[in-house]
Design a protein around this ligand. Sequence first.
Ligand code: GLN
Length: 519
Amino acid sequence: MSADLIRRDAADLAAALGAGEVSSVEVTRAHLDRIAAVDGDADGGVHAFLHVAADSALARAAEIDAARGRGEELGPLAGVPIGVKDVLTTIGQPTTCGSRMLEGWVPPYDATVVRRLHEAGLVVLGKTNMDEFAMGSTTEHSAFGPTRNPWDAERIPGGSGGGSAAALAAFEAPLTVGSDTGGSIRQPAALTGTVGVKPTYGGVSRYGLVALASSLDQAGPCARTVLDTALLHAVIGGHDPLDSTSIPAPAPDVVAAARAGATGDLTGVRVGIVRELSGEGYEAGVLQRFEESVAILREAGAEVVEVSLPNIVHALAAYYLILPSECSSNLAKFDGMRYGLRVVPEGDGVTAEQVMRATRAAGFGDEAKRRIILGTYALSAGYYDAYYGSAQKVRTLVQRDFAAAFGQVDVLVSPTAPTVAYRLGEKLDDPLAMYAGDVATIPANLAGLPGMSLPCGLSDGLPVGLQILAPQQADDRLYRVGAAVETRLVERWGGAFLDSVPALPVQDRTDGAREAATA
Ligand code: GLN
């Protein structure tokens, strides 16, 4: 029973909950049991979660069941469990951002995304692992140890939201929330065979999303199917007066778009293949799956053309100046004075500056320090124009390229990442090689565009992602096109993509405390 429950997607679970076939307590318990069985810790297991809130999840599930029993009107995902990336603030649950700097910090407020989850009756299982302050592409920069890829425990799940993606692929949660500043939702989705959407910049509130790079950050939905991703997007999206960058307009109807796309018909849709993102530097197996996806788009009736965005070859370099610049400023608040870690050096007459220095030296990991130093340099007097200023000019050129391309086509497609999941540790000592893996995801962040990654097959037994990009505020197009591709692929495979995930190394963790808490 519980094995069956964890494999069902959110739409399916929601229908079963609505029909009274199963209770939210049962569904929640099944997922908590799965987490207890496979999540383990940094030394073994998937380690998708940094914090599991078993008590509050079961209590919330019981409330939802009771409300349903009273005949109350509930949202479409009420009673369905969800994991939340540890970059979103949560009342009553720690929010660490994968950093020692915030270890043990329990925020006094909920992020708007989290509040909306609660209001819609979703059951928050806990907080998912991530690279420190969302900087990284593997989740290895988490101060609390890496997440493992459920397809192969020796491999990375992608990053920075590796926890949110691996939790889905390991059937620990049917839904998760992520954040995407340069690909942290889409790239882990690609590497774990799941679906992830970076909404239009401003499409989902960032109130309570701990800032990495404010001109790029975007929270978004992750799931195992396109429809589930849309259902979650509809819950968390839309204007929020608490976020001044939130778009004051109704969000596009992504659920209707996903349902329309599920017919598999894309007649009249114009699709552009991004020439610069589908050739050199991409693994052969990745390109093969991509070409097959393009053939599927044609079969579905879409008109497919190749388009060129000449300036996006400079996007990666521009991003790795803009992001460190903004993050060096955003992370300046972690100074040991107001909240989080505080390290006071020994001795008398210690100054505030010495406390800040000691706190930041102890609290930040190497990658965070690298980017703070790079960003501080790029913003410093005398270098500002040459580095930050030039990067902003490139950003404008990239935006213009996209605007021109979207004059010709409705959506753009590319592989999501140039490679499949690589081995843990493989690129840890070579930051540039790791950064290069973000080449296809970064342009959308620079231009504020919505983007989706969905699974399009395997290469060497590991998942490959197809990326779809749309103009700002046309997120619905991602869902229509993504659902059509998914429908046709599932037909071809004869089942859902994740049916082929190999059995995970199940670690038996007889944790008395959790047993007691869930009894
Ligand atoms: N991998 C990218 C980086 O390291 C993306 C990060 C993100 O989207 N949060 O910056």
